[in-house]
Design a protein around this ligand. Structure first.
Ligand code: MN3
Length: 240
């Protein structure tokens, strides 16, 4: 066994601080949220390398580009409020804010509705009843959401949303669009309570072209207490 010498450790520390000093500072109102679990926690449904790249590179990239896009603007701290009001942002910045604000909001939701296998709990009685009413039960929901995700051509997201009447609806969007963006931007507006990332970067390392296998596995890592909390909040905010 090789024991590192003090000078070796000092060199490493110096290299580390040099790295920190030269890394571009994250400037701006939006920040990459920390994960509530380790990057290996979602194995085998989502592998460690995918989690590290997806969160640490892709999501971080959306945050960085969003901060660049909103530079000099007075923006809400909550990115969901920003993307829910795209009409009010300057037209020359709208596409960048739509793509990168959507990317930041979508991934921020995605990480929180996932949990370690066996720790995902159960849907609240209220959410379970709503799933029963709209989809005939959990199997019906899984089928509808998996179908929406599997048939989304190219990159995008599949969603379970609460619509303006308070009903559960399954939909999908291209790119980083989010149902919060409203009817001018998406087919089915609403408040998302589940979002499934079907960009290839979300599954390609482990599943390659087998999007269906990824979609089958993701049900083993759903965080039902968090999805239920979002349901209750969205339901309270719906008009119907
Ligand atoms: Mn993604």
């Amino acid at each position: 066994m090789t024991i590192p010498t003090i000078s070796c450790l000092a060199a490493l520390a110096a290299a580390g601080s040099a790295l920190l000093a030269t890394a571009p500072a994250v400037e701006g109102p939006y920040t990459l949220p920390a994960l509530a679990y380790r990057t290996n926690a979602l194995n085998p449904a989502i592998d460690t390398a995918t989690m590290e790249i997806h969160h640490g590179k892709h999501h971080a990239g959306y945050v960085r580009k969003l901060n660049a896009a909103v530079e000099g603007m007075d923006v809400p701290e909550n990115v969901e409020l920003l993307i829910a009001d795209l009409d009010s942002v300057p037209s020359e910045k709208r596409t960048a804010i739509r793509n990168n604000g959507g990317g930041h909001a979508n991934h921020s939701l995605f990480w929180t509705i996932l949990a370690e296998p066996g720790k995902g709990g159960e849907a609240s009685p209220e959410l379970a009843a709503a799933i029963e009413k709209s989809f005939g039960g959990m199997d019906g929901l899984k089928e509808a959401l998996s179908k929406a995700a599997a048939t989304r051509f190219g990159s995008g997201w599949a969603w379970l949303v609460v619509d303006h009447k308070g009903n559960l609806v399954v939909t999908s969007t291209p790119n980083q669009d989010n149902p919060l963006m409203g009817a001018r931007y998406v087919d089915q507006p609403g408040t998302p309570i589940i979002g499934i990332d079907v960009w290839e970067h979300a599954y390609y390392l482990a599943y390659q072209n087998r999007r269906g296998d990824y979609l089958g596995a993701i049900w083993s890592i759903m965080n039902w207490p968090e999805i239920s909390r979002r349901y209750a909040e969205a339901k309270a905010g719906a008009q119907g």
